[in-house]
Design a protein around this ligand. Structure first.
Ligand SMILES: [Zn+2]
Length: 426
């Protein structure tokens, strides 16, 4: 990577990353659809006209040392020592069964997916890019010593650990975003905010950074907006509503459980709560897990009724555009996640790429039907880019959202107190 060249958006992908990500048992063939649709729209080309410049960069596969920054050695031994994907006795000890089976190429997959997210994080740390994307990452259920919920490697956690490391100020002279010149005042360590938009609670990431200690110096804040209901994976003990002000909670590990049918209007109503937390915490980096299993029509989840179009307030596209356009002076890492309607996941991530580049495609645009885009038939019956909302009822009442607001207001107060105390100690 030549640090004298500055690109605003680093898009991490390689043929190997696509090959092995496409073997993920929960999302077979999804990765290739995602990147070929982005390519078919010309988004990855230097000739693509957009506000921000995109550079495709290849992931550097993660080493055992890179993975060991979070994962336990015995888990890594179990994951990586059977490259042929054969079963071994300790599989169940490490969660390598049921929805996380071993598969051919598992060790290559682990190293490439984690490596892609680490490569993206390093592009931000070095000042090579202001925004970095790894749509094959975002494996937010993986634990230190255990695979869980289709996730084998905790790439989000590894990226956060890297971003929070104190470092010499990166070269910013070529950055077009002059507000970035103020990143990380010299008197404090970098702060990282993790925002998870997947329909499932980010248990793996939240647990990694959860702390019962209120007053210690904290560099990482996690927020998960997700569905919660009895029996819905995973359980989220950190965020039950209605809000009980007498229970203690960690304001650096926030959780916003939503009820079935969450639609654009619900996301529009809660968005100011997220903005407020961001304004108080003042992160230097934000890691956004953009799981798309909350979009309407997801065949596995079927719980939210969220849509894509940036023009609709509260939609996924709208939330991402708020982050890209309004969260100034913050370097951004966008990751993928869940999404079990593969063509819709491809629609969503190709579209979000266009939003990140500053020139959103029109959602009514036709899916390209040219010889280089052989996946075209999979986009039936609409053959357009949009993922529209369905007719599901949004159960998140005004009263329910008021409870969420109370919880976030209390969290905001607590955060302010802790950060002020931290500042006065510095
Ligand atoms: Zn999910």
């Amino acid at each position: 990577m030549n640090s004298s060249t500055h690109f605003q958006v680093a898009y991490v992908v390689s043929q190997d990353l696509i090959k092995y990500s496409s073997r993920l048992p929960s999302n077979p063939g999804r990765s290739i659809l995602v990147h070929s649709l982005a390519n078919a729209f010309g988004l990855l080309s230097h000739e693509h006209f957009s506000l921000r410049r995109l550079q495709v960069i290849k992931p550097k596969p993660a080493t055992i040392n890179d993975l060991g920054a979070y994962h336990a050695q015995n888990y890594l031994d179990a994951l990586l020592r059977t490259p042929d994907g054969t079963d071994s006795e300790d599989s169940s000890d490490f969660g390598l069964e049921d929805n996380c089976p071993r598969f051919p190429g598992l060790s290559e997959y682990i190293c490439l997916v984690a490596g892609a997210t680490i490569t993206a994080a390093n592009a931000l740390r070095s000042g090579y890019a202001d925004i970095a994307i790894n749509w094959d990452g975002g494996r937010h259920h993986a634990q230190k010593s255990r695979a869980s919920g289709f996730c084998y490697v905790a790439d989000c956690v590894l990226a956060i650990l890297l971003l929070k490391r104190t470092q010499p100020a990166p070269a910013l002279s070529l950055s077009s975003d002059t507000t970035l010149a103020n990143v990380t005042p010299s008197h404090r360590k970098p702060r990282v905010m993790y925002l998870d938009l997947d329909v499932h609670f980010s248990d793996g990431v939240s647990q990694a950074f959860y702390s019962a200690a209120r007053s210690s110096s904290r560099q990482v804040l996690t927020v998960s907006i997700h569905h919660a209901a009895p029996g819905f994976f995973p359980s989220s003990p950190l965020g039950q509503l209605p809000f009980d002000p007498s229970t203690s909670f960690d304001p650096f590990t926030l959780s916003l459980p939503l009820l079935a049918g969450a639609s654009n209007s619900t996301f529009a109503a809660i968005w100011p709560l997220i903005e407020r937390i961001k304004d108080i915490f003042k992160p230097d980096y934000v890691v956004v897990q953009c799981g798309v299993d909350g979009l309407a029509g997801d065949p596995k989840c079927k719980v939210f009724n969220w849509s894509l179009d940036v023009a609709a307030e509260g939609s996924l596209g709208w939330c991402v555009s708020r982050i890209v356009d309004d969260w100034k002076g913050i370097r951004k890492l966008f990751l993928g996640g869940g999404g079990y309607h593969a063509p819709n996941a491809a629609r969503a991530w190709a579209y979000l790429t266009s939003i990140i580049l500053g020139n959103p495609l029109d959602v009514s645009i036709s899916i390209p039907d040219d010889p280089s885009h052989s996946a075209f038939p999979l986009y039936a019956p609409s053959f357009t880019l949009d993922v529209p909302a369905g007719n599901m009822l949004d159960m998140n009442s005004t009263e329910y959202l008021a409870e969420a607001r109370k919880r976030f207001e209390r969290a905001s107060e607590m955060l302010q107190e802790i950060l002020q105390a931290q500042q006065s100690q510095a």
